[in-house]
Design a protein around this ligand. Structure first.
Ligand code: PLP
Length: 384
């Protein structure tokens, strides 16, 4: 049905009406006083969201562009970098490090499980010569629905002393607490189309004083992504190059909404939705790709749909219920569907998605559950 599409993918995520209306305003100049007034507010609110007193910079870029900024600003060719690899996004960051001629060391862990922080601790402790310059971590691994233990990893990195933590928080920020200063994170990257309840197009990068120190000697080439340019202009509440001004209008409204809901309520909502979806999946007799509840991402749940073909289920939901789920990537293609519950998602959305999932499973001939079992399990979690 026209205009009825419900996005239950882990990005882009649904956008509230008030944010959409803000986007529709006439653009203004990014050197105007009006724009600086908006940016002053935006910069303040971004610090609140990141739980930091340090710089949070805004770039017109996708999440990948922001991660690239996180690499090129703080490292030099040949620098040794550990990349925590237990999913598709993590592998992208390892490939990116390779592309820049870094000495990339992949710390591999099984997909569908949180990376064991011990493997990283051991690698860091063995590095007495302090050759490791950074550890790249994907906090919420969107390809598998896993959350990595960032707090513990951050402790190990701090104990090393030299290495920076470079964190992909793209599907964790705004879904679960990422206390940048408390955990001593150095570089935290995120993007507008995920927890921010925004369309794609803006990227955010928070930078610690220790990372700025590394910037001074970092020799990888950069120009558009040179973060010092952004830091200089942030002082004047603007950006060095023309940003997506209309997205900034939307961002101001989205951050306002987040503040009025409150961070604890936002994190509780994501936790509730994750729990409800997982309970429903189990209740209908399907399996979770990330089996350990403690390793489950608050943003996305990956479901092994066997004996039902994942792509048939996905197209049935799309065709009959106007609900878009994500499929599996790489080796997981055709094996899993991923249910996004990130950003502007309410309890009603969860119940709708679970009902449609149940109906679709039944219509596709899967009969190993009592009708209503998924909904009943989900509602209990939502009521708790
Ligand atoms: C979406 C996403 C990104 C960013 O991808 P872009 O398409 O470049 O915006 C990065 N990391 C994770 C974990 C993501 O889910």
């Amino acid at each position: 049905m026209k205009d009825k599409l419900m996005l239950m993918i882990p990005g882009p995520t649904p956008v509230p009406e008030s944010v959409l209306s803000a986007l529709g305003r006439h653009p203004i100049g990014h050197r105007s006083a009006d724009f600086s007034t908006i940016m002053a507010q935006v910069f303040t609110d971004l610090k609140w969201l990141h739980q930091t007193i340090h710089d949070v910079l805004v770039l017109t870029a996708s999440g990948t562009g922001i991660m690239e900024a996180g690499i090129v600003n703080f490292l030099s060719p040949g620098d040794r970098v550990l990349v925590c690899c237990n999913g598709k996004f993590a592998e992208r960051w390892a490939d990116m490090c390779d592309a820049y001629g870094l000495d990339t060391v992949r710390i591999n862990g099984p997909w569908g499980e949180a990376l064991d922080p011990e493997t990283v601790r051991v690698a860091l402790e063995a590095d007495t010569a302090k050759r490791i310059k950074a550890v790249v971590i994907t906090h919420s691994e969107t390809s598998t629905g896993v959350i990595n233990d960032l707090g513990t990893l951050a402790r190990h990195i701090k104990a090393h002393g030299t290495a920076l933590s470079i964190v992909d928080a793209v599907t964790s920020l705004g879904a679960i607490s990422v206390p940048m200063d408390e955990w001593g994170l150095d570089v935290v990257a995120s993007a507008s189309q995920k927890g921010y309840m925004m369309p794609p197009g803006l990227g955010f990068i928070a930078v610690s004083p220790k990372a700025w120190q590394a910037y001074e000697t970092a020799k990888l080439p950069k120009f558009y992504l040179d973060l010092a340019k952004y830091r200089t202009e942030a002082v004047h509440h603007t950006t060095p190059f023309t940003p997506s001004i209309n997205l900034i209008f939307g961002l101001q409204v989205a951050l306002e909404m987040m503040k009025s809901e409150g961070s604890d309520a936002i994190f509780a909502r994501h936790h509730r939705h994750k729990t409800a979806v997982r309970a429903a999946v189990r209740a209908v007799g399907l399996s979770l790709y990330a089996q350990d509840d403690a390793a489950a991402s608050p943003a996305v749940t990956a479901v092994i749909t066997q004996p039902v073909a994942a792509e048939r289920l996905r197209s049935h939901l799309r065709k009959h219920f106007d609900i878009a789920l994500a499929g599996g990537q790489d080796s997981l293609e055709g094996k899993i569907v991923r249910i996004g519950h990130l950003g502007f998602v309410s309890d009603r959305d969860i119940l709708t998605a679970i009902s449609a999932l149940e109906a679709s499973l039944t219509e596709l001939g899967y009969a190993s559950f009592a009708p209503g079992a998924g909904i009943s399990a989900a509602s209990q979690c939502l009521a708790a």
